[in-house]
Design a protein around this ligand. Structure first.
Ligand code: ADP
Ligand code: GLC
Length: 481
């Protein structure tokens, strides 16, 4: 049996702000249990819902030197769906209403603590990982501490580490002096071949330098991040580590996201009966959100963090024009105030066509995936993207920009060969986006049979974890030898 420990800052069902949590919550369940024991370590945020805290059991605790203080570290354990989760507890570190704050410095302190505590806790778990699998900048120091600090301890001898990049934009950067103090790492780590990048200390860079293998969440993004445009200033390092870098496309949980038995949707459907049943969800949502009650009108959904990454400047630029068409636009999201207000404004201006739902709701997200005809995701960059996979699964055709995982998972419609599962455009350009949405409208209104055949193909596409979990297994085998 090979032991794998995920260390991450969020994971479904305990705590989620985005796709990282979906991956951390679903991949461990799908790795072959005959050969791998995959467990997950997360911070015990005070904002984790009580029903999940009730499932945790206290295991042990200790004190750890951190940032000139002696800090409490509690370890709790829970088992959900056959997966064991460990939680690192310290209320002053992981308090607040959300897992991340708006202040990078606070988050750097919090996740440096988490990374150090995660490693210090390992010898007490009764579970020695062969591979520690780290996710994003919050756990970037884990491979650093593993290689350098814990080298002398025989428990850690031979443990390998993987760093998975879910989003290269966020790196955990602060000045060298401060990070040196917080982390307790000495001068020698803060050179440009290690943690320093452009005069700052950079936690993700530490992870990328010290990890034994690097992965990211799609093939295309793996190639893109070796270029200056997508490389977020780390493209040089990623090129240097090209042979240790691979792209493994994400899957989604096919049990949680299944239109046939989804507890959140009013009318369940499958690949055989969607022609009759799916539309009932649209009818209900139109009623619930106060949109025009009209079976025929094309409904376009957006479920997203409202940030520049997702292409909202293109949408903002084209909203007025788009709203002249026969479409309804349903948005669910939170994020940058300018985009929240932009959608509120258009909801007010075109009240029977646009519905802005500026909040977070798992239930509403499922209703939108089920009810809409199309799903719009014109991202500037997209490491993988899960929303388009959820849309495909619900027969809601994605309209995307060809970047990162969007390019790898949505096959553009080809009207001559009758292939494809969605619509896509190449350049980050508002007019190209609008033209593509209008092309989709044309197929929706004028070639309904073609549209429905596309839904057949979309719902038949397989983005469960089956194939990708095997690729992670191969990588673990290769690392462990
Ligand atoms: P990212 O991780 O960059 O935010 P992904 O497409 O990988 O993008 O994953 C986003 C996940 O978060 C999906 O599961 C999506 O349904 C969910 N999500 C985003 N915004 C909301 C919201 N306001 N309410 C509910 N779920 C949301
Ligand atoms: C990040 C990316 C998204 C990806 C998710 C899970 O949040 O923005 O594209 O799907 O991580 O890997």
């Amino acid at each position: 049996m090979k032991n794998i420990l995920f260390v991450a800052s969020e994971g479904v069902p305990f705590i989620k702000t985005g796709g990282l949590a979906d991956v951390v919550g679903s991949l461990p369940k799908c790795v072959d249990k005959r050969y791998f024991d995959v467990r997950v370590m997360l911070p015990k945020y005070t904002c984790i819902p009580q029903e999940w805290k009730d499932k945790m059991e206290f295991k042990t605790s200790f004190y750890m030197d951190f940032n000139w203080k002696n800090e409490y570290v509690g370890i709790l354990e829970a088992k959900v769906d056959g997966v064991i989760y460990y939680f690192i507890d310290n209320e002053s570190m992981f308090g607040g209403f959300r897992p991340y704050s708006n202040n990078v410095y606070d988050d750097i302190v919090k996740f440096t603590f988490f990374s150090k505590a995660a490693l210090s806790a390992m010898p007490l778990l009764g579970f020695r990982p062969d591979v520690i699998h780290c996710h994003d900048w919050q756990t970037g120091l884990v491979p650093v501490y593993l290689r350098e600090r814990f080298q002398g301890n025989p428990f850690f001898h031979g443990i390998k580490s993987v760093m998975t990049i879910h989003n290269l934009k966020f790196q955990g950067k602060w000045d060298v002096k401060t990070i040196k103090e917080i982390s307790g790492l000495d001068e020698s780590y803060f050179t440009p071949d290690k943690l320093e990048a452009y005069k700052n200390a950079n936690l993700l860079k530490g992870g990328l330098v010290y990890a034994d293998a690097i992965t990211t969440v799609s093939d295309t993004y793996a190639r893109e991040i070796m270029t200056p445009f997508y490389g977020e200033s780390l493209d040089g390092l990623l090129r240097a580590r090209e042979h240790d870098l691979r792209g493994i496309v994400n899957g989604i949980d096919y049990k949680d996201y299944n239109p046939e038995n989804d507890k959140y949707i009013d009318f369940r459907y499958n690949a055989k009966n969607f022609r009759k049943e799916k539309i009932k969800n649209k009818r209900n949502l139109q009623k619930e959100l106060g949109l025009e009650q009209n079976d025929k009108i094309m409904m376009i959904g957006i479920v997203s963090r409202l940030t520049d990454q997702k292409g909202f400047d293109l949408i903002a630029y084209m909203m007025d024009e788009l709203c002249q068409d026969a479409v309804q636009i349903v948005v669910l999201g939170t994020g940058d105030e300018q985009y929240e207000n932009m959608f509120r404004h258009f909801d007010w201006k075109y009240s029977n066509k646009v519905s802005a739902n500026i909040y977070y709701s798992e239930e509403m997200s499922h209703k939108i995936y089920a009810a809409c005809d199309a799903f719009l995701m014109p991202s500037l960059f997209e490491p993988c993207g899960l929303s388009q996979l959820m849309s495909l699964r619900y027969g809601t055709l994605p309209i995307v920009r060809e970047t990162g995982g969007l390019k790898d998972t949505v096959e553009p419609y080809n009207e001559y060969e009758s292939t494809g599962t969605g619509f896509s455009f190449v350049n980050y350009n508002a007019h190209e986006m609008l033209a593509t949405v209008r092309y989709a409208e044309k197929i929706y209104y004028d070639k309904k049979r073609e549209w429905n055949k596309m839904i057949d193909r979309a719902m038949a596409a397989d983005f469960s974890w089956e194939v990708s979990a095997l690729k992670y297994q191969e990588m673990y085998d290769w690392l462990i030898g």
